[in-house]
Design a protein around this ligand. Sequence first.
Ligand code: GRF
Length: 217
Amino acid sequence: MKKLVVLISGRGSNLLALLNAIEAGSLHAEIVAVISNRSEAPGLEFARSRHIPSIVVPSKNRSRADFEAELSAAIEQYSPDWIILAGFMRILGSDTVDRFEGRMFNIHPSLLPKYTGLNTHERVLAAGDQEHGASVHIVTAELDGGPVIGQVKVSVFPDDTVETLSQRVLAQEHTLYVQTMEMCVQENISMKQNCCYVDGKAVSLPLLTLDNRAIET
Ligand code: GRF
């Protein structure tokens, strides 16, 4: 069973989707700890209520080096196979990224490589795009720039607001993160230097593409 440590900063709806999938038997993995950089992150409650160790490593009012050293030690204490960033709102430095090379995943609300960074829904609406989505990628030193493993597309409708569009994307993020991680479990995925290997053989990316542009909710 793959051991996962999940990093969050806030609401934790992607964490909840992963927990629900594990409980339902559709994701064959174990979440061994949840770590937040904010003590007030509502998502911590999802771990606590399931008696999964929940740890706060504060990022405020300290140097990045201090924060990341404590974070890395907290992660390593659980010897995870993979580290899952789920709404973790800190950019990690190359020391941390290198330490967990090829083992850190993130979900980002855009069709990467488009719209790295913040406010993706606003930017998609401002550009008049007709499609949007979310991507699961491997974390590298480049912000939202690592290899994309899974992607889901949704439509943008003419009367969409940031609220309606973000809700449509978020619902699909939950499915995408679960399905991508389960595929990584089943296919025995490993990543090294921006290449993805299945059973030791290099494969092309993304491994999973979901097209939900026909779904209007
Ligand atoms: C999601 O939109 C995710 O893509 C982004 O941050 C948000 C986190 O939401 N990285 P939640 O905390 O999982 O509800």
